[in-house]
Design a protein around this ligand. Structure first.
Ligand code: GLP
Length: 242
């Protein structure tokens, strides 16, 4: 595990975007595993900036997203499909046919998950997986569990996650209770994993995840075993780590 310590959210976003840009420069037809949430928004902004300045070309890039709420239509502003289009896909020259998210409108969970695993398998490996960190240690929507799930599955969101994500919805009742997420096995199979973490509210879980025991009760802790894991975190998020 390598840690890149940054001054603040802006600095974190810039450095994470530099790392992702280098993946694209080295392999123009790379497969990016992408994430949603507030943590990567600044990273996407910096990638868009690089594209607009003529320094980055997404024309051959392929992407697979980590997760999607079950039951939210694509045009719902809180769907991750909408998020990705709003923050990245509509602002760069990526071919939309090469972008993929789990199908939240497929209510048959087995079908939705099997289909998404087929899409991931057809990519022949994810070159870089971007992640944020949930307050309970979740990655994607892999919530604390008694085991590490390998492939795409349907999860019931924990109260903590519903509470944390209610800020994006009109009311807590509007937060979907279920989601489809890539499994931990798929995340761990990515050639490189970059996690962005910012803020004092993440300090405790960051310490637990990366300086405590590896356990499915803190799903992100498995990343300690990833051979090419880069944690890009700001001073606030690292404030409990010596
Ligand atoms: C959500 C997403 C995760 C994200 C996490 C943290 O539940 N499914 O992919 O990493 O929450 O979000 P944030 O970056 O807004 O703190």
């Amino acid at each position: 595990m390598r840690i890149i310590r940054t001054k603040d959210y802006e600095d974190m976003s810039k450095k994470a975007a530099d790392l992702i840009a280098s993946v694209i420069l080295l392999k123009p037809n790379c497969v990016l595993g992408l994430a949603t949430g507030s943590s990567p928004i600044g990273t996407y902004k910096n990638l868009v900036k690089k594209y607009k300045e003529g320094n980055l070309d997404f024309s051959q890039v392929k992407s697979v997203n980590l997760d999607e709420y079950k039951g939210l239509p694509r045009d719902n502003e809180q769907s991750y499909y909408y998020f990705m289009h709003d923050n990245l896909f509509s602002k760069v020259n990526i071919n939309l046919d090469n972008t993929h998210l789990p199908n939240g409108m497929e209510l048959d969970s087995n079908k939705a998950c099997e289909e998404y695993d087929k899409v991931i398998a057809s990519m022949n490996g994810v070159d870089m997986q971007l992640l944020g960190l949930g307050h309970d240690g979740h990655i994607g929507f892999n919530e604390p569990n008694s085991c590490f799930d390998k492939t795409t599955h349907c999860v019931k969101l924990t109260e903590m996650t519903i509470e944390a994500n209610k800020r994006f919805f009109a009311s807590i009742d509007d937060v979907p209770r279920e989601a489809y997420t890539m499994g931990i096995g798929t995340i761990m199979a990515a050639k490189m994993v970059i996690m962005v973490v910012s803020g004092k509210d993440k300090a405790e879980i960051l310490k637990k995840a990366f300086f405590g025991p590896v356990t499915p009760e803190v799903p992100a802790s498995i990343l300690q075993f990833h051979p090419n894991f880069v944690l890009v975190a700001d001073e606030d998020a690292l404030s409990l780590v010596k």
